[in-house]
Design a protein around this ligand. Sequence first.
Ligand SMILES: Nc1nc2c(ncn2[C@@H]2O[C@H](COP(=O)(O)OP(=O)(O)OP(=O)(O)O)[C@@H](O)[C@H]2O)c(=O)[nH]1
Length: 380
Amino acid sequence: MSTLGTTVRDLQRSLFERPDDLMLDIGAGGELLLARLRAAISLLLFLLPLLNWLTDGTLQETLAGLTGVILANVLAQAWLALAKHRRRYRWLPFVTSASDLGMVTLVLVLLLRIDPAGALNSMVVFAIYLLVIFVTALRNDGRVTLFAGALALLQYGGLVLWTFLSQPPDTLLFSPEYGTASVSNQAQRVVLLVATTLITAVIVYRMQRLVAMSGIDGLTGLPNRALLVHRVPQMLEDAREEGAPITLALIDLDHFKRINDELGHLAGDRALRHAVRCLREPAEPGEMMIRIGGEQFVLLLRHPMGTAWERVEALRRRLADTPFVPEAGEAHRSMTFSAGLASFPQDGADVSSLMRQADLRLRAAKRLGRNRTVARDEPA
Ligand SMILES: Nc1nc2c(ncn2[C@@H]2O[C@H](COP(=O)(O)OP(=O)(O)OP(=O)(O)O)[C@@H](O)[C@H]2O)c(=O)[nH]1
């Protein structure tokens, strides 16, 4: 029961809360993929007015179709340009979903004027509502899925209601090609919209869980090495464009083997969690800590070298002043770390050169007696 409760709470969080930056970055990749697909499909749509003209359609119909397709292409190109932009626009998935749904509703309104029963019974147009909701899963953001589902319900439900209410009483909405549009078959479609929204929301939730599981270290709850490889290069790229400073600190706990040897591996795990709590609890905005393996961590600071050194020194003193208590009543153990710093772009233009430089300085810190932060090259 508690597992079910936890799942429901997690699901709620994934649907209503803003996902973290990693999730949003993955979603921005999905948005770009979708924008490319939309642009390609919009180009293909030019075939429709052409075919209409070739198959003896009226000039008025062809021109109306052409105007619609041009509008779809202009929008698709605008969304593509925004999705490609370096700056991630957090509102973009909401606006593009609304625009896609708006286009479907526009087509439906035009069809309703010609053949109301045919418009309401057309499976092709209705299926596009379902597709638009379904592809929100690529944005990795439950709020976008709920938004698209609610908007589709509002627009489609509104059109159905308006169509039925605007008919004279006892009129049968019938189309020779599409049959009768009845209240019950329209109600089924509304249920289908709700079901698609819920299924898509669950897919988003599962995708978020998978990303979290593959990118988070189970022992400490910190992001793991995967984040260093996938996210930090983009962070450096953004810093380069903005001319913002970034300093990478490579942190290694001192004599950690002794804790394991003397107190056992489980106490060693608790000591690791204790150290991480000490280093994380006063986290500054924009600061990111990654467990890259064993008792080694990378701390990314949005500061130039001098300020970063002061910050890491403050953390070092904090850990040294907060002893680890293995079990209630047992003797306290003092813990310390050594750190090597490298700043971007002076010490390296990419993650591996920054790591190499920070590692050299970390080794120097260990050599010089541990429990210190080294920010310059020391003679070997
Ligand atoms: N309990 C526990 N121990 C770990 C974990 N990961 C790595 N270790 C231990 O961390 C210790 C690292 O030892 P060393 O690399 O020799 O370094 P150290 O003892 O910290 O010494 P210096 O780094 O030279 O100060 C090893 O005993 C590993 O078994 C973990 O997740 N849990």
